[in-house]
Design a protein around this ligand. Structure first.
Ligand SMILES: CCCCCCCCCC/C=C\CCCCCC(=O)SCCNC(=O)CCNC(=O)[C@H](O)C(C)(C)COP(=O)(O)OP(=O)(O)OC[C@H]1O[C@@H](n2cnc3c(N)ncnc32)[C@H](O)[C@@H]1OP(=O)(O)O
Ligand code: FAD
Length: 665
């Protein structure tokens, strides 16, 4: 563990840690992708922990302006440190450095490395890359990704910002023609960035060619003042994300050189002729595919943090009727229903963790082909990244919230660290494609797969099961409820639901409904099919990773956790298809047994994530389990406690008690 050995660890936690049936350290190596990565991550965590520049009071006691300002300082300091340590080119090291230096504090320059740089990489011609990419990688310029407008987020083709080519000056004129066309939301746009990739409708030679991307300078590189025609600022406080300046941007006929259109896939020549280089226009959406795949892993990490806090707390918190006179009150973790709430979150976390790794590998396998214009596997990659982004962030938000509630009142206090995690994960349900809309993208792809399967065409690996013939429902009562059997049931469920919805869709088409209308008519059901398909993918990734574990003890515990995940899906999906009462009852019994089996490993399973206290920032989830003393210390830091009598007493309460009117004060 990276946590320093604390003098006085709560004996209840020590007792729980001793119950582990497997070597926790080895599971950590698996989660990190190897011992080498674990060691590197720990070195980085130690560097940051020892650096006094990253020390400060809890941000929860600061105003939004203070939080933003501190976040800018820390984000830039991280970049300086990474440069000094020669780690800038190491994505793994940079990621962990940022994560530990700014735990669940979204970075004001986050969009620069999450979207601006990847967009330059994916959308620039080779020449343009040379001109801008190195400057961006060196942080000589700081950029964001400005796509969403006040009037349009989901329906990307509906955005209104225009980029009109003027051949006489060989410039594009970027313009926001309406209030609804004002860019709204881009991270870091308000105050931090000086450049943006702006998504706009391209007009040339009197024709509109749809959405394209343009590099636009927003602020002067030395004074940071906004340039003529650029009106930008912060959009104000949000539910969370206080450390980042999500911004607005109005462009008043701002001129940029022709060469600032990102021209990997399409080009406007000096005379204004438009040339499309690749046939698939959705390649412009490439950065979103990449970021959606990142969101799945970020959701898993969010659950790992919340579950570590809630499981540790459940070991040290006693509450309830003692089992016998004089016995201590039970620990929260002794309650089966509490075990269920927490362990299903842990199971979701592992499932999403492994699935995000498979998705990332798929993205990096397919991407080089896509960049060369070979797009055969793009539909599968898009459908999976969209659907898993939705399922991952939905589950992420739901599990973090469940962990928060598992901590009772303390879970509502910022001291628990849980609201911070929740507020960081929750917006992922909306950004990068609202989740329902993303599920509909996956559903659309699945409908098309059914059609292609009927025509006898090949399907991509993750869709291949759609080619299999419908079979009777696999029986769950009878033999042992193995993970393979349960996964087979989920595969059967996904296919049956999809065939049913596709049959319904086809009947609308046969009644001469338009494709789009038939799609709307089945859309509600289709989102459920998309979820079932994604859950199958998560289950498969989970089981494959469990089986791949060399240590039989780790293989055993991961397989049990995977069975809990799969059983929980079967039970909660029982209404999607008709699961018999006896099958359902067997699954419920199996869940109860698994809770008893997994309970001794609850702490070990979360501590395998190896999250240092610095990362968790939680009074109740500390490694040493000394919750109550720490809670009192935390409260003492509240600015409201700076004086014994608050100024509002003199101003208002005293007047009120004396019967004076407060109206004129
Ligand atoms: C970020 C987390 C990482 C963790 C690290 C820590 C981060 C710290 C710092 C960062 C902090 C926060 C990050 C916040 C980032 C948020 C940024 C944003 O939100 S940017 C804006 C994102 N906006 C969207 O996602 C918009 C959603 N809308 C769309 O994507 C599209 O409009 C649509 C897909 C819904 C519809 O597109 P449309 O053009 O109308 O398409 P059609 O319906 O005509 O056709 C669909 C057709 O196209 C295929 N398609 C669609 N999208 C893609 C794609 N991306 N790739 C490939 N193909 C695609 C689709 O399959 C259909 O194909 P058919 O063959 O026709 O069926
Ligand atoms: C924290 C945060 C950071 C962001 N960062 C950026 C950024 O850096 N850059 C950027 O460009 N954007 C950014 N965004 C914007 C984000 O991408 C959009 O908010 C998102 O794409 C949803 O669009 P919208 O807000 O217009 O919602 P809408 O599209 O108006 O959706 C509203 C509701 O209607 C539903 N709906 C919409 N269309 C359909 C449909 N066809 N079928 C069924 N239901 C539908 C949706 O499911 C949703 O529930 C950010 C947003 C947030 C919250």
């Amino acid at each position: 563990m990276t946590n320093p050995v604390v003098q006085k660890v709560n004996p209840m936690l020590t007792e729980e840690r001793a119950k582990a049936s497997f070597p926790v350290e080895e599971l950590t190596y698996i989660l990190d992708g190897g011992k080498f990565n674990t060691e590197k991550r720990r070195e980085i965590e130690e560097l940051v922990t020892k650096d006094p520049n990253f020390e400060h009071p809890p941000i929860q006691f600061m105003t939004r302006e203070q939080q933003y300002s501190l976040a800018v300082k820390k984000a830039l300091l991280v970049q300086q440190r990474l440069k000094e340590l020669d780690m800038l080119d190491d994505p793994y090291a940079s990621y962990f450095f940022r994560r530990i230096a700014m735990p669940r504090e979204v970075s004001p320059i986050g969009l620069h490395w999450v979207m601006f740089v990847p967009t330059l990489m994916g959308q620039c011609s080779d020449e343009q890359r040379e001109r801008w990419l190195q400057r961006a990688l060196n942080y000589e310029i700081i950029g964001t990704y400005a796509q969403t407008e006040m009037g349009h987020g989901t329906f990307l083709r509906g955005i209104e910002t225009t980029a009109t080519y003027d051949p006489s000056s060989q410039q594009f004129v970027l313009h926001s023609p309406t209030t609804t066309s004002i860019k709204w939301w881009p991270g870091g746009l308000g105050k931090t960035c000086n450049y943006a990739v702006v998504v706009a409708q391209l007009h040339t030679q009197g024709r509109c060619h749809g959405v394209h991307m343009f590099l636009v300078q927003l602020r002067d590189e030395s004074t940071h003042r906004s340039l003529p025609g650029v009106v930008c600022g912060d959009i104000g406080p949000k539910m969370g994300y206080h450390t980042i300046d999500n911004g607005f941007l109005q462009l008043n006929s701002v001129r940029i050189p022709r060469e600032n259109m990102l021209m990997r896939n399409a080009e406007v020549q000096p005379d204004g002729t438009y040339i499309r280089r690749v046939s698939n226009e959705k390649l412009t959406y490439g950065t979103m595919v990449f970021v959606r795949s990142l969101i799945v892993s970020d959701a898993a990490r969010g659950i790992s943090e919340a579950a570590t806090i809630a499981v540790r707390y459940a070991c040290v918190r006693r509450q309830g009727e003692p089992s016998s006179p004089g016995a201590p009150e039970p620990r929260l973790l002794d309650y089966p229903v509490h075990q269920y709430r927490l362990l299903t979150c842990v199971a979701n976390c592992y499932g999403l963790w492994f699935a995000s790794e498979v998705l990332r590998d798929l993205y990096f396998t397919v991407q080089p082909d896509v960049l060369e214009g070979r797009t055969e596997r793009l539909p599968e990659t898009h459908a999976l990244s969209a659907g898993l982004k939705a399922v991952g962030s939905n589950r992420g938000a739901a599990c973090v919230e469940e962990c928060r509630r598992c901590c009772g009142g303390f879970g509502f206090s910022e001291a628990s660290g849980l609201p911070k995690i929740y507020n960081d994960i929750n917006p992922a349900c909306t950004y990068e494609g609202e989740n329902t809309v993303m599920l509909l993208q996956t559903g659309r792809h699945l409908l098309k797969c059914v059609e292609r399967a009927r025509r006898g065409e090949q399907l991509a690996p993750s869709d291949a099961y759609i080619r299999s013939r419908p079979t009777p429902q696999p029986k769950l009562a009878g033999g042992p409820l193995t993970a393979d059997l349960l996964l087979g049931w989920l595969r059967w469920r996904s296919l049956s639901m999809l065939l049913e919805v596709s049959g319904r869709f086809n009947s609308f088409i046969e009644q001469r409904q338009a494709w789009a209308d038939a799609f709307q008519a089945v859309s509600r059901r289709l989102t459920r099919c998309a979820e079932a398909h994604c859950i199958l993918y998560v289950g498969q990734a989970f089981l494959d990773s469990a089986k791949a574990a060399e240590n039989p003890k780790i293989c055993g515990v991961l397989t049990s956790l995977c069975r809990l995940f799969l059983l929980n899906e079967v039970v909660s999906g029982a209404g999607d298809v008709q699961l018999s009462r006896s099958d359902l009852a067997r699954c419920q019994d199996a869940i109860d047994s698994l809770l008893t089996e997994l309970r001794p490993n609850a702490v070990a399973l979360v501590e395998a994530f190896d999250l240092p206290d610095r990362m968790l920032c939680s009074v109740i989830g500390r490694y040493d389990g000394q919750v109550y003393e720490a809670m009192l210390q935390w409260a003492r830091q509240s600015p409201l406690n700076a004086t014994d009598v608050h100024e509002s007493y003199e101003l208002y309460t005293r007047q009120f008690l004396a019967g004076r009117s407060l109206a004129k004060l």
